[in-house]
Design a protein around this ligand. Structure first.
Ligand code: UD1
Length: 417
């Protein structure tokens, strides 16, 4: 079990390249099941979730290997349709293999991704939509058996909530279905547009990717592709938060400005100066942030729930009170009790957190209990006086590649033990 030891108080400087997006590479790896042959996926971050996805692909009969920052997936000889519970439990995103398995094998047998660190994460929207596509579903004691013996058939589907995972599973199932699928109230996250770009290169006919209405004309089969995954907007937000909390000036290389609008406007309103230039972002933070405008998490293009925790660590030392409203997940304030150990003043009532900025945070022993909460503890520790020990770094490793090395190169005093 890894932990981080952070000695806070250093100013940060220099530049960091933003890694490929975790939430893009996972559905893209799943899509490789549908794209028969050797797929070459560039800008693939080294994350434990990526390793978990690779184990699922190998179990299903793919060859998977890494060459530098690229991952090669040969899906020529896929022969499995079942994902064992042990692999399903390794990563909650494993449900994303459902749609592509159905497309490739007309069958998928897996288990529920399980209870969750962010509150319940049901998959009712995924299953209801797949039924509309002609999939027969049997559920028994945590296992789900999905079959489409006569193949999948295009349908009109309206989501009651723009779920990211459900949108991806529907697209993955529909690309090789017979006929046309029209999906309304689809999630509009950039990672979905990235998945569709990859699928379209492979021969899919998807129109309106990244918009609320997506139309998919089913095709017979897909060919292998080369694809470069988009930069991770949540990692970018985390590094911006590190700059904001330490009053530093940092350059982030390889970002997409439009993906960051909701996040940059909060940093700007709290006194940061942000400039974009040819895929680079320069953030210059004041010595002390002004209170943040109300942060309400929303589906994209609203403020991302995944950036709520790191934004809160920036608010902890701001000069005044900031309010956070978590609208996406029921239980996404687990970092609050740990930030409080570091001297933060935060009150939570249901889905609302009020953060009264304090003059100083102090080093403490804290424990991460989810991925983004772990990142928030690390950023808070950068600003804290004294030494912070952060347990539960396995969560951070799910989504941040070599995070201690990135922060160390910017001048942070951080080590993994
Ligand atoms: C994805 C992201 C995750 C991000 C989240 C919201 C990946 C691998 N993960 O997760 O980082 O925090 O989007 O932006 O891309 N819901 C239902 N029924 C369903 C599906 C979802 O009620 O069938 C609810 C969930 O409980 C949750 C909300 O919808 O409250 C959002 O979930 P969803 O958009 O599906 O998130 P994920 O795809 O799990």
């Amino acid at each position: 079990m890894s932990r981080f030891i952070v000695s806070g108080g250093n100013k940060l400087s220099g530049s960091a390249t933003v890694q490929g997006a975790k939430n893009s590479i996972l559905p893209v790896l799943s899509a490789a099941l549908l794209c028969e042959g050797e797929n070459v996926l560039f800008n693939c971050p080294r994350l434990s979730d990526v390793s978990a996805a690779a184990r699922i692909l190998r179990y299903l009969g793919c060859e998977v290997k890494r060459e530098g920052s690229a991952v090669l997936v040969n899906s020529e000889s896929v022969n499995g349709a079942e994902i064992p519970d042990s692999l399903m439990r390794e990563m909650r995103g494993s449900i994303i293999f459902l749609g592509s398995l159905l497309g490739r094998r007309k069958k998928a047998v897996l288990t529920f991704p399980g209870g969750c660190e962010l509150g319940p994460r049901p998959i009712d929207l995924h299953l209801k939509a797949l039924k509309s596509l002609g999939v027969k579903i049997r559920e028994s004691r945590g296992a789900i058996e999905c079959t489409a013996p006569d193949g999948l058939k295009g349908a009109k589907i309206a989501l009651s909530f723009p779920s990211v995972g459900a949108t991806e599973n529907i697209i993955l199932a529909a690309v090789t279905a017979q006929g046309t699928t029209t999906l309304t109230n689809a999630a509009r996250e950039p990672e979905i547009a990235d998945l569709c770009e990859m699928l379209n290169k492979a021969g899919a006919r998807i129109y309106g990717a990244g918009e609320g209405v997506v139309v998919i004309d089913g095709v017979k089969s897909l060919k292998a592709v080369e694809h470069t995954v988009i930069p991770d907007r949540i990692v970018a937000a985390t590094i911006m938060s590190a700059a904001a909390v330490t009053g530093s000036e940092l350059m982030l290389e390889g970002v997409i400005q439009s993906h960051l609008n909701a996040v940059t406007s909060v940093f700007e309103d709290s006194g940061c100066d942000i400039k974009f230039d040819c895929g680079n972002l320069l953030i210059k933070a004041p010595e002390r942030l002004k209170p943040l405008p109300v942060v309400r998490t929303m589906p994209y293009p609203g403020f991302p729930t995944d950036a709520q925790a790191v934004m809160m660590s920036a608010a902890c030392a701001a000069d005044g009170a900031s309010v956070f409203v978590e609208n996406i997940f029921e239980d996404r304030f687990k970092h609050v009790s740990e930030l409080t150990r570091m001297g933060a003043d935060i009150k939570v009532e249901n889905r609302v957190a009020v953060v009264n900025g304090v003059k100083k945070l102090y080093g403490a022993e804290v424990r991460a209990r989810d991925l983004r909460g772990a990142a928030a503890l690390v950023t808070a520790a950068l600003a804290a006086e004294g030494e912070t020990t952060i347990d539960g770094i396995c969560y951070l490793d799910r989504g941040y590649e070599d995070f201690e090395l990135v922060l160390g190169s910017l001048g942070a005093d951080i080590k993994r033990i």
